[in-house]
Design a protein around this ligand. Structure first.
Ligand code: NAD
Ligand code: UDP
Length: 308
């Protein structure tokens, strides 16, 4: 197949490119390189079935493809809050551009949505049927509400125009090719520990997240895209739940060194807990994560050692 991946030079997008090239497809990787890096797909740039196009998803685009994966959007809180109006535009106008193209081509289109649609959840763990608890006017809203609106657009194009959609709700994912200055917790802690700097735990560190290793996540993407039982939304994530203090201690144990844990202010609207209910992914995709946190953290530490 010919496949378009928006945000293909980012952390997740570049791993998806690898998997789809391995499977024999022709790829168009579209990215404005806001948070992505050319080097993430550097090894593919001369591949005969790979094409990189620097383009902003909010400007219209036309390609002849069979499938579209829409991943373009900054994902780390410091990056999506850097220009919040642009973040909302990227999610909303970007979704309209992808859906319009999919409608014209009768192509299947995949949306990388997020556990952030659940906001600071009062239901735990979060099933797809939970509608969430999102502040519509806070610092995180540009991302959360942008992604929620994108889901709305996907389902309206599906109902009104019969567009063939797939929607995944991604829970915190980590692994090689995260940007060292990305600002997300796993990369921050590992880079700090490797440099012997303080490990910055926000708040008292009792808030929880569930971390999925990137290879597991990409397997879930491919399974969701290539089945016909469900259009989603489907949660993909690892149900293992850890406090940020536990994560800091694990990273310190694995890296060794002299770093100390220090506490910093908790950002506004920081969700207190997050864990996916993955029953739907198990039922429809036969999917569950395989890589435990300790092993994934070891692989990610090895990557950052070579990077910095
Ligand atoms: P990332 O920041 O590494 O990748 C996003 C990519 O999109 C980057 O390459 C960036 O340059 C590109 N991009 C941003 N705005 C763009 C625009 N206007 N036009 C074209 N390209 C643009 O982040 P990631 O972790 O790889 O996330 C990929 C997708 O998955 C995002 O949509 C994100 O919201 C979603 N997601 C990721 C996670 C996670 O834990 N990694 C969790 C939930 C959802
Ligand atoms: N966090 C932290 N120290 C850091 C970066 C993040 O304690 O250096 C916390 C953050 O407050 C949040 C959790 O780690 O509670 C996950 O943050 P991240 O930005 O990775 O993702 P998100 O909040 O979007 O889940």
């Amino acid at each position: 197949m010919r496949i378009l991946i928006t945000g293909g030079a980012g952390f997740l997008g570049s791993h998806l490119c690898d998997r789809l090239i391995e499977a024999g497809h022709d790829l168009i990787c579209l990215d404005n390189l806001f948070t992505g890096r050319r080097q993430n797909v550097g090894h593919l740039l001369n591949h005969p079935r790979f094409e990189f196009i620097r383009h902003d998803i909010i400007d219209p685009f036309k390609f002849e493809v069979d499938q579209i994966y829409n991943l373009a959007c900054p994902a780390s809180p410091p990056h999506y809050q850097y220009n919040p109006i642009k973040t909302t535009k990227t999610s909303v106008v970007g979704a309209i551009n992808c859906l319009g193209l999919a409608k014209r081509l009768k192509a299947r289109v995949f949306q990388a949505s997020t556990s952030e649609v659940y906001g600071d959840p009062s239901v735990h763990p979060q099933p797809e049927s939970y509608w969430g608890n999102v502040n519509p006017i806070g610092r995180r809203s540009c991302y959360d509400e942008g992604k929620r609106c994108a889901e709305t657009l996907f389902f309206d194009y599906h109902r009104e125009n019969k567009v063939d959609i797939r929607v995944v709700r991604i829970f915190n994912t980590y692994g090689p090719r995260m940007h060292p200055n990305d600002g997300r917790v796993v990369s921050n802690f590992i880079v700090q520990a490797l440099k012997g700097e303080d490990i910055t735990v926000y708040g008292d560190g009792s808030q929880t997240r569930s971390f999925c290793y990137v290879d597991d996540l990409i397997e879930g993407f491919i399974r969701l895209m290539n089945q016909t039982e469900t259009v989603g939304p489907v949660n993909i994530g690892n149900p293992g739940e850890f406090t940020m203090l536990e994560l800091a201690e694990l990273v310190l144990k694995k890296v060794g060194g002299t770093s100390k844990i220090v506490h910093r202010d908790l950002p506004a609207d920081d969700p207190k807990q997050r864990r996916p209910d993955i029953s739907l992914a198990q039922k429809h995709l036969g999917w569950e994560p395989k890589v435990p946190l300790e092993e994934g953290i070891e692989r990610t530490i090895a990557y950052f050692k070579s990077e910095i």
